[in-house]
Ligand binder design. Structure first.
Ligand SMILES: Nc1ncnc2c1ncn2[C@@H]1O[C@H](COP(=O)(O)OP(=O)(O)OP(=O)(O)O)[C@@H](O)[C@H]1O
Ligand SMILES: [Mg+2]
Length: 250
């Protein structure tokens, strides 16, 4: 059943907590993402980004709190909630001895919704892998593998795509291609993005909104340009440290 919810919120995280082995990993976090956002989930190594993204995609379960996607709780309504979500959590894994197209055909077979051959060709074309679709994935660069990961996430025509550190290890050219692709998908295909990264500066020209996480807590969140102005800094790295400093003096 559809919950009462801010109409435009595509993702809403409410009072989320996660303990592992008696240790609090995620400490009562809240944030929401509106349709059309490219939302950065930013913080240093070990802050709790992947743990949160794994809870959103139901790979692990929270101890308390809830997550709503398009108004559906992932606890009580998980099939509907996740029906419009594509994700790459940790590295995308593909069969290296198979071609890009063969990998997507396998994924399509496992998908909850029917994926046509036409859609497979379409997503290969969107991520600019059409010309190499029959080449084995083992011949692909990391950037190409990341784009194939995005093609895979696109198969079921999601409205929300969740990417965990999509730029990890990608060279500057691959990084630029990845950002261009994400911006294109947000604008032309109406896809909302939640993107985690510890590379704060790299995310500056990509994310329009962001939440900063450290030690399992959200230290600041909001519109990136408004935050930069408020804290009187010029980049996301300085913004993060300014937020931390302010919290320490609170
Ligand atoms: N299964 C687990 N068992 C024990 N500790 C865990 C487990 N999963 C995560 N942690 C701990 O929780 C904290 C947050 O980890 P998480 O992987 O979510 O961080 P992250 O922000 O994604 O970091 P990175 O930038 O390195 O990917 C870390 O201290 C990690 O060691
Ligand atoms: Mg991580």
């Amino acid at each position: 059943m559809k919950q009462v919810n801010n109409e435009k919120s595509i993702l809403e995280i409410k009072n989320l907590n996660k303990q592992i082995g008696g240790q609090t990993i995620i400490n009562n976090i809240n944030f929401s993402i509106q349709k059309g956002d490219i939302y950065g989930f930013l913080g240093p190594n070990g802050a709790g980004k992947t743990t949160t993204l794994r809870m959103i995609t139901r790979l692990i379960f929270p101890n308390s709190g809830d997550i709503f996607i398009n108004g559906h709780s992932i606890q009580t309504d998980s099939i509907l909630a996740l029906s419009e979500v594509g994700s790459i959590i940790e590295n995308p894994t593909f069969y290296l001895h198979l071609s890009a197209r063969q990998n997507l055909i396998l994924s399509a077979k496992l998908a909850a919704n029917k994926v046509t051959n036409a859609r497979i060709n379409e997503v290969l074309s969107i991520v600019d892998l059409k010309d190499v679709k029959d080449k084995k994935v083992k011949t692909f660069s990391l950037g190409m593998k990341q784009r194939l990961g995005i093609a895979n996430a696109l198969l079921c025509s999601p409205s929300l795509i969740i990417l965990d550190e999509p730029t990890n290890g990608v060279d500057p050219l691959g990084l630029r291609e990845m950002k261009t692709l994400i911006k294109h998908l947000a604008k032309k295909e109406n896809i909302t993005f939640l993107i985690s990264s510890h590379m704060l500066r790299e995310m500056q020209d990509l994310c329009d909104k962001a939440a900063f996480i450290q030690d399992g807590k959200i230290v600041e969140k909001g519109d990136v340009s408004t935050l930069l102005e408020t804290y009187q800094v010029t980049n996301l790295e300085d913004l993060f440290f300014a937020c931390i400093k302010e919290r320490m003096t609170e």
